[in-house]
Design a protein around this ligand. Sequence first.
Ligand SMILES: CC(C)(COP(=O)(O)OP(=O)(O)OC[C@H]1O[C@@H](n2cnc3c(N)ncnc32)[C@H](O)[C@@H]1OP(=O)(O)O)[C@@H](O)C(=O)NCCC(=O)NCCS
Length: 180
Amino acid sequence: MIGSNGQQGDRFDQNAVRIEPWGQGDLPLLKKLLGDPAMTEHLGGPETDEQLVKRQARYEDTGRDRMFKIVLEATGEAIGSVGYWERTWRGEQVYEMGWSVLPAFQGRGIAGAATAQALSRARLDGLHRFVHAFPSVDNPPSNAICRKLGFTLVEECEFEYPKGSFMRCNDWRFDLSVGS
Ligand SMILES: CC(C)(COP(=O)(O)OP(=O)(O)OC[C@H]1O[C@@H](n2cnc3c(N)ncnc32)[C@H](O)[C@@H]1OP(=O)(O)O)[C@@H](O)C(=O)NCCC(=O)NCCS
């Protein structure tokens, strides 16, 4: 099991992670996550260098939105991202959430652990009751994360991402007012 402090009895968990606010030096990580064709297969394809530089500036100055890098406790290495941002969905103000983990670190429960931490932060912010995630219907690991963390599947829908391009997604909703 992954603990927030990375400890499990005497054994240090090699897959333990923490989330840290996105920082000024994190453009190289962003390029690995969103500038890569395999990583963006379900996200409309890789962004250009220009788009990534603009996105880096947005991540550094997020206002009420929150972007985090996922850091491996054992080495301090940044290996992914998770975050939430405000949007209007079906006439309601909600958070949308997204996550990414570099290929070498996938399949170890890391995205799930980091997303659970991000949900706790969103609950502490206390601004919105619902968090939505919109994984492509063709993205089984991402849908599995929603299922295992207790999101409720609302419906399958057409979702616009990136702007001007529509894909078939599942609308998953997490209720921050339930549990703690
Ligand atoms: C989606 C992504 C973040 C998952 O990262 P990860 O660290 O491997 O995720 P986790 O290990 O925490 O969980 C993945 C879950 O998917 C499950 N899974 C993996 N492949 C699966 C498949 N083909 N069918 C069903 N479930 C699958 C795993 O069993 C695991 O669930 P479990 O912990 O209950 O066993 C990673 O694949 C990624 O970065 N993809 C590219 C970016 C992306 O698509 N982001 C999502 C945008 S919505």
